[in-house]
Design a protein around this ligand. Structure first.
Ligand code: AMP
Ligand code: ZN
Length: 115
């Protein structure tokens, strides 16, 4: 837990969020400013600033972030229609929140790449 980190506070329940999934390693909640009908953020329960801060010891955590996408996509009804997974790291990717998060975006046809 990092004192001023918004996503740490969402994980702990100190800040409200529309949570759709939580387990011992990750928490998923709806993005406050969705870019598509389904826009979920999947975050580690422990504070990791970005993919630049993942270590070999985080392999299980990184794997969990990916494997829960299937459950959440099914829950959201986009498993068959499709969805996009995005992780932004650093300034060129416009990372705004420095607590690692995986965007799960779906519910509409998307062009690639996004701007
Ligand atoms: P990124 O550019 O990858 O760092 O994206 C950060 C995302 O977090 C944006 O899509 C924001 O809309 C979202 N976000 C920021 N604060 C909150 C919050 N309190 N609850 C839910 N989503 C948030
Ligand atoms: Zn954090």
């Amino acid at each position: 837990m990092t004192n001023e980190c918004v996503f740490c506070k969402i994980v702990s329940g100190e800040l409200p969020a529309d949570k759709v999934y939580q387990d011992d390693m990750v928490t998923a909640f709806r993005d406050i400013n969705p870019v598509a009908p389904t826009h979920i953020l999947i975050v580690p329960n422990q504070h990791v600033a970005s993919t630049n801060d993942l270590t070999d010891a985080d392999e299980q955590l990184a794997g969990r972030m990916l494997t829960v996408t299937r459950k959440i996509a099914q829950q959201e009804g986009v498993a068959e229609s499709g969805y996009r997974l995005i992780i932004n790291t650093g300034p060129d990717a416009n990372q705004v929140v420095f607590h690692l998060h995986l965007h799960l975006i779906g519910g509409q046809k998307m062009r690639y790449p996004m701007g």
